[in-house]
Write a protein that binds this ligand. Structure first.
Ligand SMILES: Cc1cc2nc3c(=O)[nH]c(=O)nc-3n(C[C@H](O)[C@H](O)[C@H](O)COP(=O)(O)OP(=O)(O)OC[C@H]3O[C@@H](n4cnc5c(N)ncnc54)[C@H](O)[C@@H]3O)c2cc1C
Length: 483
């Protein structure tokens, strides 16, 4: 029997565990799911209970499984939720859905006699190789032998920006975690959010509700909020195939920008359709870029792509516009120069910025600074214990541009010589370097299905001789125990 371990209890871990359970035959594998400290299912994005935190993908496209894309909307309607396919609904509802799907799949799997256990603990180490198998260590001090391991740990914990002094980091007025803020002793008059992407928008919405009198400022290099979705999707772009051919023919960022701009500038074309049409091609196109071109994309185009591709529901755009009209929200295009504790003010910070295009630096006071600069994927700089261990011991390697982990196109972790490790896969945001897009559900569920279909077969192909398998199988066949 194959021993499989999935690490990470967010939506990606849920998708791959669900796919494995749906496909598995009794006796084929035993599965250990290490879900971390949170209840399985919701992860970072769907743990919010705030009704104003909306999905940015339409309900009709948020099914957890690739062959059940409409699963979320069907579930919602069966529950009597007021949800239609084109809606952008609260993310909390999606968390409820994932939990319900998991409960259903786990109970069906148990009835069929599949071996599964779900443990609320962090994986702290992965050692071994495909010849001898892997050993996964946990924060509770247990070791589990595995033939196959899937790493679905989401993005890495955020680390404070280098421009923030030690004193500011230690103060009550700074948080690098956009989801859990220290509540200041008194309502802040001025809140600064670092970033203008989706995470920053979440933070702005919450701060605006918590402190109706606070002045909000969001800062990023280009000062550009995400664009908005149309209430209904437009017609598919008519010349999509020839556009993709042109991009494939010359994998250079400058050329791509020219081609995409030309398509979007056509006044008969809805620009969102051009961007949306590229979604299915993004991973393949990214792989065509060499390292220098990828670096060029990061320097010059990333901000533009992110704001056009990861869009906001219209309700959220309207809310931000209202805040700006009321003078409560300012968006600043600027470089952060430093953030320090204000002289003589223990709980107030001095934010020094250089506005875009300006020579001079200006500074202002903030009672709370929330760092919401988006997913942290820097493997080189992380203090995530598992990733640190895997990198230090050569089990995993950072992508060349430090955009997550180095993997092949199917998410197999690469060795130092760039050959893939069989039996050790990654799923989710840490695949940015090899796929660019694998942080939203549509991409995650597609890869989850591929892993669930291929991993058991791959392990059968590279089956280890009995002598190479650990003789003390610490997770030998067990009775299903779901925490
Ligand atoms: C604000 C926000 C809004 C979003 N909205 C959408 C949306 O509308 N639609 C969409 O498709 N996508 C959305 N996304 C993208 C979202 O990231 C994915 O949809 C999906 O939730 C990613 O899930 P994940 O499991 O990869 O990561 P996470 O949700 O981060 O889950 C990873 C889990 O792994 C656990 N973990 C970490 N380390 C370990 C360890 N060592 N051992 C065990 N467990 C560990 C963590 O505790 C966490 O529970 C949004 C993201 C954010 C941040």
């Amino acid at each position: 029997m194959q021993r499989l371990i999935v690490i990470g209890g967010g939506a990606a871990g849920s998708a791959v565990v669900g796919e494995l359970l749906r496909r598995g035959q009794p006796g084929e594998f035993d599965l250990t799911w290490l879900v971390g400290r949170q209840a399985p299912g919701r992860g970072v994005a769907y743990s919010t209970t705030a009704e104003h935190h909306l999905l940015n993908v339409r309900a009709a496209n948020m099914g957890l499984f690739a062959d059940d894309v409409g699963g979320f909307i069907a579930h919602g309607q069966a529950q009597g939720w007021p949800v239609k396919g084109l809606d952008f609904v609260p993310r909390a509802w999606y968390g409820d859905y994932v939990e319900a799907v998991l409960a259903r799949e786990i109970s069906a799997a148990r009835e069929r006699g599949l071996a599964l256990r779900v443990l609320s603990t962090d994986a702290t180490s992965v050692r071994g190789d495909d010849a001898n198998g892997y050993v996964v260590g946990t924060a509770d001090g247990e070791d589990f032998d595995a033939d196959g391991v899937v790493l679905a740990i989401g993005a890495l914990p955020s680390t404070p920006l280098a421009e923030v002094t030690e004193a500011a980091r230690a103060s009550h007025a700074y948080t690098a975690d956009p989801w859990h803020w220290p509540l200041p002793r008194r309502a802040p008059e001025r809140v600064v959010v670092l970033g203008t992407g989706l995470t920053a928008v979440d933070a702005l919405q919450s701060a605006a509700r918590l402190w109706p009198n606070a002045q909000l400022t969001a800062i990023s290099r280009h000062g550009r909020l995400p664009r908005n979705h149309n209430p209904a999707p437009g017609q598919p772009y008519e010349h999509q195939a020839s556009l993709v051919d042109a991009l494939r023919a010359r994998p250079q960022v400058v050329h791509w920008l020219r081609e995409i701009r030309a398509a979007m500038d056509d006044e008969d074309v809805e620009w969102r359709s051009v961007i949306d049409g590229l979604r299915a091609e993004t991973q393949g196109l990214w792989r065509l870029l060499d390292t220098a071109e990828r670096a060029r994309f990061l320097r010059h185009l990333r901000w533009l792509w992110e704001s056009a591709r990861h869009r906001l529901p219209q309700q959220t755009t309207n809310e931000l516009a209202r805040l700006r009209t009321q003078g409560r929200l300012k968006i600043l295009a600027a470089h952060i120069r430093s953030i320090d504790v204000r002289a003589g003010e223990r709980d107030q910070l001095e934010v020094r910025v250089q506005p875009r295009g300006a020579e001079s630096v200006r500074s202002f006071a903030a009672d709370l600074v929330i760092q919401a600069t988006g997913f942290n994927i820097s493997v080189n700089a992380t203090d995530h214990p598992l990733i640190q261990q895997m990198v230090q011991e050569g089990v995993a390697h950072p992508d060349e541009l430090d955009l997550g982990l180095a993997t092949d196109a199917e998410g197999r972790l690469l060795r130092a010589d760039s050959t893939p490790r069989h039996g050790l896969r990654c799923l989710g945001t840490l695949l940015r370097g090899s796929m660019w897009e694998c942080s939203s559900l549509p991409e995650i569920r597609a890869l989850a299905k591929a892993i669930a279909c291929e991993l058991p077969a791959e392990l059968r192909r590279v089956a280890k001789p009995v002598s190479a398998r650990s003789s003390t199988s610490r997770n030998a066949a067990f009775v299903s125990a779901v925490a």
